[in-house]
Design a protein around this ligand. Structure first.
Ligand code: SF4
Length: 333
């Protein structure tokens, strides 16, 4: 291959790779925390393939009633306000849409948010709207506009923000905006994606306390990650610390396999063993639900603990479709 061809191949590889992106805050933190370093730093030893842009791991691309949304459950609508994040987690399951170089759609425009609001206004069954992404805090104007417009829709009772931004860029969160958003509805949930106790740095804890004062109901979502949090003690420390801060651990997910995530995916059985030990040792309020978003099926299904003798070879989704857990191949429709 000529030197010129080599450059072209390298460019293509870089454009189709899930990009490395860290904030200065995370760069600094990764000097002292191996977990943070592994969560964010591109590792050429493991990530040898380009990101799979065609993947639809969570069946989101086929559940889009209006551009920029996902509707998989009755009563709820997910709004993907931005395909950008402050930093790119190496285990991102939306690597087909998130990330510098792959970010083809970017942030939702106001006219697209108007279309979404019209859709919500016309569907009286929607009681909950969830702002997600990427990270919705990377589209602050869009988030502010969406929440302002939702104030006028009575059948939307609850709004929720899913974000990792406060853990990735704590000094840059627009706290006046957060204060305003907390007033959008009588109940506003703020769900933080957090995977390791090292993420609970003093500036993050200070922000959590401020969010509480603003009136948010605080939750967390966590992903099981091999080498990061694949042991009971790490998760116990995390969940107890959150519990003490008044933050309810909500979900812990089975990690899914897409190109950049392979090295982090755990065996379901190992996750179940850890959850069983945690259930024996934690207050119910500090114990999240262990769920799996079934690939090639629909719904976040609760994973059983080892307190029961269960057959984990197959799982059935919300609509009766049964798949094999070994390879997620369908048995019935
Ligand atoms: S914050 Fe969420 S959406 Fe963004 S890169 Fe991390 S896992 Fe993906």
């Amino acid at each position: 291959m000529s030197a010129e061809q080599n450059i072209v191949v390298k460019q293509v590889e870089e454009e189709t790779r899930f990009s490395e992106k860290l904030t200065p805050y995370l760069k600094e933190l990764s000097k002292t925390s191996q977990a943070i370093k592994d969560m964010y730093e591109f590792n050429p030893e493991y990530e040898t393939l380009p990101a799979n842009l065609d993947v639809d791991l969570l069946n989101e691309k086929t559940s889009t009633p209006v551009f920029g949304t996902v509707k998989k459950y009755d009563g709820q609508l997910l709004v993907l306000l931005s395909y950008t994040c402050a930093a790119n987690c190496r285990y991102c399951e939306r690597q087909d849409r998130v990330g510098v170089g792959l970010d083809v759609e970017g942030r939702l425009k106001m006219s697209q948010i108007d279309d979404i609001v019209d859709y919500i206004a016309n569907d009286k069954s929607i009681y909950e709207v969830i702002a997600s992404g990427g990270d919705p805090l990377t589209n602050p104007k869009g988030l502010q506009y969406l929440f302002n417009r939702l104030k006028a829709i009575d059948h939307v009772k609850v709004v929720r923000i899913h974000t990792r931004y406060p853990l990735q860029n704590p000094g840059k969160v627009r706290m006046e905006l957060m204060e305003e958003l907390a007033q959008a509805k009588p109940t506003v949930y703020l769900s933080l994606h957090i995977d390791h106790p090292d993420e609970l740095q003093p500036e993050v804890i200070e922000m959590i306390r401020a969010f509480k004062k603003m009136g948010y109901v605080l939750l967390t979502q966590t992903v099981f990650l091999k080498t990061i949090n694949d042991d009971k003690e790490t998760l116990k420390t995390l969940f107890l610390r959150l519990f003490e801060l008044g933050v309810r651990p909500y979900y812990i997910y089975h990690g899914q396999e897409v190109t950049s995530t392979r090295r982090f995916v755990m065996r379901l059985e190992d996750e179940m063993a850890i959850m069983t030990q945690l259930r024996n040792e934690l207050s119910g309020l500090a114990f999240p639900q262990h769920v799996i978003d079934i690939p090639s099926a629909s719904g976040k299904v609760v994973v059983p603990s080892e307190h029961w003798q269960t057959d984990t070879a197959t799982v059935t989704d919300f609509y009766g479709k049964t798949v094999r857990t070994a390879d997620w191949s369908p048995i019935t429709n």
